[in-house]
Design a protein around this ligand. Structure first.
Ligand code: NAD
Ligand code: ZN
Length: 248
């Protein structure tokens, strides 16, 4: 099959499916202008991630992490959902997609109209923060004011605990309820559609295999090969915007 035939085949598979789960990575947002991590121009060619352990241990790491959060928040607020976010939101709205599992923290699926009860944000959400000790929610605006007033990283006004953006850093425990919901969706779907993920970050990358083992059709759409291509029923290598346009 050439690429156009594969896209046609995917359109048929989607049309025949009733319980689709879409799983997305940073690749769905690059066409909105948010760099991914692992492409040659991705963020990791420029900066190293700050681990959870470094955040807890070092005030310098915390201040660096916050500066990055404020910068990405400005970027997330400036960009718009793209054709892929809108396509996924439409599948949900039509009732054929039972859930969207995303590794992204940019909030673009929600802004495209995927309701909260259909959206699993596996790596959290970069649009707010919380206290690591008592869970109190803190807005990024307040966190920014605290840091501007004291130059120190923000602390919880209730318990004095460390305040951190509500995203999962490397080395941090995965949110239990999000992992449970993602597992239930993988159990329950007839098509598991992966869009724009390198599938190397664990445990997120194990979810497509779980769906496949439970009998779902597994389709991957990505610019380049991934470690799970051998398990997929169909792989499409190309830009998401073009692929999604070809499905409509
Ligand atoms: P990744 O950077 O590891 O992989 C993205 C994949 O998408 C790559 O294989 C790349 O080739 C592909 N891709 C990029 N643009 C594409 C396009 N237009 N069409 C088709 N394919 C495209 O991202 P990941 O798998 O999501 O995992 C990395 C981690 O990075 C996650 O934990 C996520 O939380 C975080 N992250 C999130 C954002 C965001 O929220 N937008 C951005 C960067 C990183
Ligand atoms: Zn607290």
């Amino acid at each position: 099959m050439d690429e156009a035939e594969r896209v046609d085949h995917l359109a048929d598979v989607i049309a025949a499916s009733r319980r689709i789960v879409v799983f997305t990575g940073a690749g769905v947002s690059t066409e909105s202008g948010i760099p991914d991590f692992r492409s040659p121009t991705g963020l990791w060619s420029q900066i190293r991630p700050i681990t959870f352990q470094e955040f807890v241990k070092s005030e310098t790491a915390r201040r660096d992490d916050w500066r990055r959060r404020f910068a990405s928040q400005e970027l997330f607020a400036e960009v718009e959902p793209n054709i892929t976010h809108r396509f996924v939101a439409a599948l949900v709205e039509e009732g054929r997609c039972i859930g969207v599992i995303t590794q992204n923290i940019d909030g673009l699926h929600a802004r495209a109209g995927v309701p909260e009860d259909r959206l699993v944000e596996l790596h959290g959400n970069g649009t707010y923060a919380h206290c690591l000790d008592c869970g109190r929610r803190v807005s990024l605006v307040d966190a920014r004011k605290m840091m501007a007033a004291t130059t120190a990283s923000p602390r919880c006004t209730d318990c004095g605990g460390l305040v951190k953006a509500a995203v999962i850093s490397f080395g941090e425990a995965m949110p239990e309820s999000a992992m449970r919901r993602a597992g239930a969706l993988a159990d329950d779907c007839d098509l598991f559609l992966v869009l724009g993920s390198s599938l190397v970050v664990q445990p997120a990358a194990s979810i497509p295999l779980h769906a496949k083992a439970r009998g779902a059709t597994l389709v991957l759409v990505n610019r380049e090969p991934t470690a799970l291509d051998g398990y997929a029923d169909l792989c499409i290598y190309g830009e998401l915007g073009k692929t999604v346009a070809g499905l409509q």
